[in-house]
Design a binder for this molecule. Structure first.
Ligand SMILES: [Zn+2]
Length: 491
């Protein structure tokens, strides 16, 4: 029976539509075809280690977690790379974010970077987000960064100033703007121009910055004693691990300009190979009660604070309930609704467990319906990872199971299938709560010990009496197995 089920699922996979992904570069959904058959290289801009993880991060990295899990489910071998920006991510004032935090916290910048990286990893784990396969740090790739800057100077795309700064010369790279022309205007217009500098053109961006004497993080280079620009870290790292071209680049839409535009200019300028990235996949913005979350507005919500009110499963389900490209709003009304949905998943799984032995019907009753809903779920996922639509099918399965159990129309096999499918589909979003383990009371444990002793002594009459008593008084069924005594609830 079990193998027949397995076979049937495998057959379903065949008539799935191919995965479609929305590519910001072309502004349309495209059939996903990796460079190398069945292998996917995914780069997502990683953490800048200078402050606590907030809900915007939760949204972005939960989505890529879902994408990675789904690609692996489809049989792709995924290499997931997330860089760590531990130097060079400057504020509009020209200050390095990490050095500023270090001054405020009276610590060394590297200590600050380590602290927030550790915090990042802990929060991601709490949100049940898989750790990327590779998490290279910018400070450990200064050699690769310098080499890329040199390649850009050699190819005529960058220039060094008398002060020892190196800039990318935008007017030399004809394709500049090819990604951001597809990005909402307000996000491009909102990117501020830097203050007065030694650039040829205000739009040129820094590849290498000469360090001021008080600047702690600095390295020797052919250009000056300095540090890398933020954009160049990503391409130097990505090209080192993935080569000059790879499949998917992810990140929040706010990063499309100027950061991702700069990445394209650097990578294609340095290697001459186009396109640098085949699919640009961006997540939408996060708002708090309808207002964009930002430091200046003071409405940033840390993930750890949200986790005091809501479980990781609730936060993950809330994120997956909105399509990844649409704006997502954090408000308690929505979260409360989602919380109830998670409780529903939990109570359904408990109900399945409790009813497994109560099935009166032998043949399959509603397994076909579950298989159909599962197929619809997977089709929604393949259509640009349409998680809200997929979740409607997921909750249709939940409702169906409850209805069938309430009406007594189910076989054991139906329930086993339902349980397997709920767990299988729920894993993409990590929304399956851990069921509370039932514990035996001290009294029952004592009785089981007595029964064991009686059995060892050959007193099977007493042993049997105790077994009957446990069944009658506590509704617990004992089973003697090779691995010892097992127990389960009778009802
Ligand atoms: Zn980046």
């Amino acid at each position: 029976m079990r193998s027949r089920f397995k076979k049937r699922f495998e057959n379903i996979r065949v008539d799935l539509i191919p995965l479609q992904l929305f590519n910001t570069m072309t502004r349309r959904k495209e059939k996903f075809k990796p460079l190398k058959d069945r292998e996917v290289k995914l780069f997502v801009c990683g953490v800048t280690t200078y402050s606590y993880v907030h809900l915007g991060h939760a949204r972005t990295y939960s989505f890529y977690d879902t994408l990675v899990r789904f690609l692996r489910y489809l049989g792709y071998k995924v290499t997931y790379l997330q860089n760590v920006t531990d130097v060079g991510h400057l504020l509009d004032t020209g200050e390095d974010r990490i050095i500023k935090a270090a001054k405020e916290e009276k610590k060394h910048p590297m200590e600050v970077a380590q602290f927030y990286l550790k915090h990042w990893l802990e929060v991601m784990e709490r949100l049940k987000i898989l750790k990327p396969d590779l998490m290279p740090k910018a400070t450990e790739h200064i050699k690769e960064i310098i080499e890329q800057v040199q390649a850009l100077i050699k190819n005529g795309y960058a220039y060094i100033t008398p002060e020892g700064n190196v800039y990318f010369e935008i007017s030399k790279f004809k394709d500049y703007g090819k990604l951001s022309k597809n990005v909402p205007k307000e996000l491009v217009a909102g990117a501020r121009v830097e203050v007065k500098s030694d650039k040829k053109n205000q739009r040129d961006f820094a590849l290498w910055i000469r360090a001021k004497p008080e600047h702690i993080l600095k390295w020797e280079s052919p250009f000056s004693l300095g540090f890398p620009g933020w954009h160049i870290e990503d391409t130097a790292i990505a090209i080192k691990y993935f080569g000059p071209q790879y499949d998917i680049h992810g990140g929040a839409i706010e990063l499309a300009f100027p950061h991702h535009e700069a990445e394209i200019a650097q990578a294609e300028g340095a290697t001459g190979i186009k396109p640098y990235v085949r699919y640009w996949v961006h997540t939408g913005i996060l708002t708090i009660k309808g207002i964009k979350m930002s430091k200046s507005l003071g409405n940033i919500i840390q993930v750890n604070d949200a986790l005091k009110k809501y479980s990781p499963e609730t936060i993950r389900l809330w994120i997956a309930s909105t399509h990844y490209r649409k704006p997502l709003d954090y408000n308690e009304k929505d979260l409360e609704v989602v919380k109830k949905k998670v409780e529903k998943i939990s109570s359904t799984l408990v109900k399945i467990k409790e009813n497994l032995d109560k099935a009166k019907i032998k043949k399959l009753v509603f397994s076909n319906q579950i298989e159909k809903l599962k197929k619809q779920f997977l089709q929604a996922m393949e259509d640009d990872v349409n998680t809200p639509l997929a979740l409607t099918y997921f909750f249709k399965i939940i409702s169906l199971v409850n209805k069938q159990i309430d009406e007594g129309k189910f076989s054991r096999k139906d329930l086993e299938l339902a349980n397997a499918v709920i767990n299988e589909l729920g894993q993409f979003f990590q929304i399956i709560p851990k069921l509370k383990e039932e514990k035996l009371s001290e009294e029952i444990i004592e009785l089981i010990k007595k029964r064991e002793a009686a059995r060892k002594a050959g007193d099977f009459k007493t042993a049997d009496e105790i077994r009957k008593r446990i069944r009658k008084e506590f509704d617990i069924i004992l089973e003697d197995t090779k691995e010892g005594v097992k127990w389960r609830k009778a009802k």
